[in-house]
Design a protein around this ligand. Sequence first.
Ligand code: FE2
Ligand code: FE2
Length: 251
Amino acid sequence: MEYEAVMNSKLLTLRSPVADWVNDDMHRTKVLDRFGIDSCCGGQVPLDEACRIKGLDPEQVVKAMQEDSVPVEAASGAEQDWANSLSGMVDHLESTHHAYLKNLMAELPPLMDKVIAAHSARHSALHTLKERVDMLWADLGPHMMKEERVLFPMIRRLDQGDGSGGGHCGGINNPIRVMMHEHSRAAGILDEIRQLTNQYSVPEDGCASWGLLVEKLRGLEEDLLLHMYKENEIVFPAALEVEGFMAGEGH
Ligand SMILES: [Fe+2]
Ligand SMILES: [Fe+2]
């Protein structure tokens, strides 16, 4: 089946990779995320296959994407502008997704502790949930620091026409490979968090704090998947292309 009429820029079918559906409209990550379909590191899987793995009806997923779809021209100015230049891209990542994560890293642990103190006697899986969240934070803190202190400055230098990577040996390919490997690991932990929270649900004997905790974890998944998608599929390929172009020019 083809969906030419509803898509923004290209013809997509159920056999098209999940990444193509997301490339066509980035807001679809939210819908795919609701269905538990990985649009980041599992993005090369055809949509119908990704649905089959999750036991979902692909037609229903496409319908949800159509209803939720935000046409490119209707997206906010900020969403449109961020990808205009390499420097704009990394500025955007830092001021939105990195800032969001840092706030959440301060906000979430006390809430987690409160829910554990009240409910872990009857819900021991909360301890595992805390372990996974701590593991994610332990990974993401240094990950963002490496992006902000090493990779993003290299990308900004490329944008200024300096193809040397600022004297860093090996160019940007190596740090990008490391970052993408760390994204895969983070996506795996997000998947575990989704399972441990039973798809972000609160048991009947749960409280308002538990509800708030799972909403924050759901928001974390949504934002982090979009964040990693932007880096993996938009920013890193654009930076590699510019670096390759400069190398070809003999810079
Ligand atoms: Fe990042
Ligand atoms: Fe990253």
